[in-house]
Design a protein around this ligand. Structure first.
Ligand SMILES: [Zn+2]
Length: 579
């Protein structure tokens, strides 16, 4: 229901905002404005500014803002209508009668919902509710928790809710409007909830506006909610927000779980700042509602596929709505676990630990997306990059867009680098492998042990780039007329330099002959030549390819990701021009 803006402005002009706020806290005058410590978050130095000219206030600490009506609704938990009526009395202004009548009617419905809540609660301790109690006990809920959340039971054996409400002299018309009953095809009025555990749902101001009902046993659907109505709009409500909101605002911290039972059980464990949507997918309105009390609500849905999907959907929903003081962050529960299972498996202390390390929105979206994507070729990389661009395009706030884009891109490039390093690790290690060193020595051994083909072998070897300068100079010496006919002992006499003796000794290692038989003296000369030729060429090709790969990898690592990104962007531009 709406009041005329003229009436509201009249009320605002009659009641000085600063004098209303002064009833709650000390004011400090600076220039023509008043300042005070914020009424909505804890602080020691004033950051809430009051502007009496406009009848408005703003907190530079937590972002709380509003007018005199906001003080009544958010601080004193009045409904908007109640606040207007209360303040209009104070201001001596008559708000339009018609509006007032409508409000009175609405009030009757709230009264029916309150009365019904008490009836449900009382039912829980009747004998036929024994299975409900058993279920609540199995979820380890204490009597205090059951009372706190006003959990009840809709037994329908002795009497019906409809009969009960009629006895309290509520009119059919209002009872029907409350959605607690339905009219069947024979025009008979029946209770809406039948044999279900009842979870009353209140709005932001603590007024009960509807109910969730959980079936016992195998009755489907497991959960049902009150039907949508003008006062019960699921998309505008968060379960438990009324109880959570003040702590949420104080601590700038709000945990969003998947369902009622998560909220209730975590609350019993001591997490007070916790809410849940009402079994439907998360809406923009709900996100804005959460942001009213915390600039960075944390999403912790169940660790199953449905939970992950819902969380991802929420993440995408949040992108266009992000602002410098409006973020979301995520907790991933281990696969298959809901918060209750998690506590049972790892203790509540561990849950608190993971709650302290939430995943930022960018990382959550990136991690989940990349898992679903294989970057096995260039086309796929381009496709993924385009996908990130489309996500970034959804962000409306320019500053956030800039930083999130950088973050997305750097995550993408470190992913590419990791992937590249992983793929090349094996070959990189192979270079260092002593097997390669041994094979190089085997070629020299072959040339020494096969004097008849020595010069042929050496000229084959010198065609490759397998040998370092010392090896190369040794090979060149070995084919000189002075040395080309000499065997090991004589060579050792002639080549008395340490650097050559060391190589000659290494060549005579028996493992080399075993691994590369062509190098042993027993091998036939012509066969040895043929083998050396083939093997040295193969090794040379392999190593030079690896060198090339490593060189480009080094360059890739040296150059900033910016360059590569520009290339990718160019490709993207070309692609979009093609379309
Ligand atoms: Zn504040």
């Amino acid at each position: 229901m709406s009041f005329s803006k003229i009436d509201l402005d009249k009320i605002k002009s009659k009641i000085l905002l600063s004098s209303e706020i002064e009833k709650k806290t000390k004011l400090h005058k600076k220039g023509k404005d008043y300042w005070c410590c914020c009424l909505f978050h804890e602080e020691k130095t004033p950051s809430l500014k009051i502007n009496d000219d406009f009848g408005s206030f703003y907190c530079f600490g937590c972002g709380a803002k509003g007018d005199i009506f906001t003080i009544y609704t958010d601080l004193y938990n009045y409904s908007f209508q109640e606040a207007v009526l209360e303040l209009s009395k104070k201001a001596g202004i008559n708000v339009e009668k018609q509006e007032y009548k409508k409000y009175k009617n609405e009030d009757k419905i709230y009264s029916i919902l309150e009365t019904a809540t008490l009836w449900f609660q009382a039912n829980l301790y009747e004998s036929d509710a024994v299975n409900s109690i058993k279920y609540l006990e199995s979820r380890k809920l204490t009597k205090e928790t059951i009372k706190k959340f006003k959990i009840g039971y809709s037994h329908n054996s002795k009497t019906t809710l409809y009969k009960f409400l009629k006895e309290r002299s509520f009119k059919d018309e209002d009872i029907i409007k409350s959605n607690l009953v339905k009219v069947n095809e024979k025009d008979k009025i029946k209770d809406y909830f039948y044999k279900r555990i009842i979870f009353p749902i209140s709005d932001e101001r603590g007024k009960i506006v509807g109910f969730g009902g959980r079936s016992l046993g195998n009755i489907n659907p497991k959960y049902i909610n009150s039907p949508e109505s003008f006062f019960f709009k699921k998309r505008n409500l968060l379960y438990n927000l009324f109880n959570a909101k003040n702590i949420a605002r104080k601590k700038n911290n709000l945990l969003i779980c998947e369902g009622y039972m998560d909220v209730i059980s975590l609350n019993q464990n001591g997490i007070e700042s916790i809410v849940a949507p009402l079994g439907t997918s998360f809406t923009e309105q709900q996100l804005n509602l959460a942001w009213k009390y915390s600039s960075k609500p944390t999403i912790m849905f169940d660790g199953d596929k449905a939970g992950l999907r819902a969380a991802f959907k929420l993440a995408l929903l949040a992108l266009p709505l992000l602002q410098p003081n409006k973020f979301v962050q995520f907790i991933n529960l281990e696969s298959g676990l809901d918060p209750d299972n998690y506590i049972n498996k790892y203790t509540f202390k561990n849950l608190l630990k993971i709650l302290k390390k939430p995943i930022p929105l960018v990382n959550f979206i990136f991690n989940e997306s990349i898992k679903a994507f294989t970057l096995h070729n260039a086309d796929r990389k381009v496709e993924f990059d385009k996908y990130l661009d489309d996500l970034i395009d959804k962000i409306k706030d320019k500053k956030i867009k800039f930083f999130y884009k950088n973050e997305f891109k750097s995550l993408f490039f470190s992913e590419l680098k990791n992937k590249y390093n992983k793929e090349n690790k094996i070959s990189k290690n192979q270079i260092k492998d002593s097997l390669v060193d041994k094979q190089i020595l085997s070629f020299i051994a072959a040339s020494i042990n096969h004097r008849l083909v020595r010069s042929n072998i050496i000229s084959e070897l010198l065609k490759t780039s397998l040998f370092n300068p010392v090896y190369t100079s040794l090979l060149n010496k070995l084919k000189t007329p002075d040395l080309c006919d000499l065997d090991y002992p004589k060579l050792k006499d002639k080549l008395n330099e340490d650097k050559y003796l060391k190589i000659l000794n290494n060549c005579q290692d028996s493992s080399i002959y075993q691994l590369f038989p062509y190098s042993s003296p027993q091998y036939k000369d012509d066969l040895s030549l043929a083998e050396v030729k083939k093997s040295s060429q193969n090794l040379n090709t392999r190593l030079s390819n690896l060198k090339k790969i490593n060189k480009s990898l080094d360059e890739f690592e040296k150059n900033s990701s910016q360059l590569n990104w520009n290339e990718l962007k160019k490709i993207n531009r070309e692609l979009s021009e093609d379309v």
